[in-house]
Design a protein around this ligand. Structure first.
Ligand SMILES: CC(C)(COP(=O)(O)OP(=O)(O)OC[C@H]1O[C@@H](n2cnc3c(N)ncnc32)[C@H](O)[C@@H]1OP(=O)(O)O)[C@@H](O)C(=O)NCCC(=O)NCCS
Length: 206
């Protein structure tokens, strides 16, 4: 099994909206993802993809595989995220892991990738909003040194819940070094191929 962190593509959108619908109320539409992936000049959408079959099947595995051929597209999106970059601000617009794959470090890989991407895009800071009840996400953000700077009252329309406004300053050289170091440590702890954090954007994004 190989994990690959890479820019989101149009063909990923059906899997991404499945995860989105299982994770958010209200979810984003397929059209919103299509816009982010194909048109927005500020958007750096990311997926973490798991490829199920690395080596050609041999022996008994090959026989079983031939008896039960899998449909094309064996790669599965396990987590995804959205980063906007405008001038010196970066904004984490979304992040989710498929409910069946939570607690395995995938959300952390996506977040670490977006933080490193923002740094390499020369953003000065990253902001995001999170529900006050969303302890799991807050804990993930705190691990990456985000801190709460404000509360946005009744920010979420579906239930009137408040949001914490969280922020990570990227200008401190020591923090910048920690971000790169943490990313390298994560990559050696849970190996993944990184085609995102330092890659040239696929279109003319800022
Ligand atoms: C938040 C979310 C993306 C985390 O993804 P994940 O893949 O399960 O997280 P990971 O396994 O990578 O965990 C990384 C860190 O997140 C935090 N975390 C994850 N699940 C947690 C939980 N159930 N309780 C508390 N902290 C949790 C921990 O800090 C954890 O680090 P640790 O393993 O060293 O304790 C996932 O819970 C999710 O998709 N939630 C629904 C969508 C959502 O709320 N997105 C955030 C919008 S602001």
């Amino acid at each position: 099994m190989t994990l690959t962190l890479r820019y989101m593509r149009m063909e990923d959108v059906p899997q991404v909206i499945t995860i989105d619908r299982l994770s958010f109320d209200p979810p984003w539409s397929a059209r919103s993802y299509a816009y982010e992936v194909t048109e927005s000049s500020y958007s750096h959408m990311v997926v973490l993809e798991q490829s199920r079959e690395d080596k050609p099947a041999r022996g008994l595995r090959r026989l079983v595989k031939n008896l039960n051929p899998q449909p094309p597209g064996e790669n599965v999106i396990v987590a995804y995220g959205g980063l906007w970059h405008i001038a010196d601000e970066a904004h984490i617009s979304t992040i989710a892991t498929h409910p069946d794959s939570r607690g395995r470090g995938y959300g952390e890989i996506v977040l670490a990738g977006m933080v490193r991407r923002a740094l390499l895009l020369k953003a000065s800071y990253i902001v995001l909003e999170v529900r006050v009840s969303n302890v799991a996400a807050q804990s993930l953000y705190a691990k990456y040194e985000f801190h709460t700077v404000d509360v946005k009252p009744r920010y979420y329309h579906n239930n009137g819940e408040d949001a914490y406004d969280m922020r990570l300053d990227l200008t401190d050289p020591e923090r910048q070094a920690r971000i790169h170091q943490r990313f390298a440590e994560l990559q050696s702890k849970s190996p993944f191929v990184d085609l995102y954090s330092a890659a040239p954007p696929p279109r003319g994004q800022n």
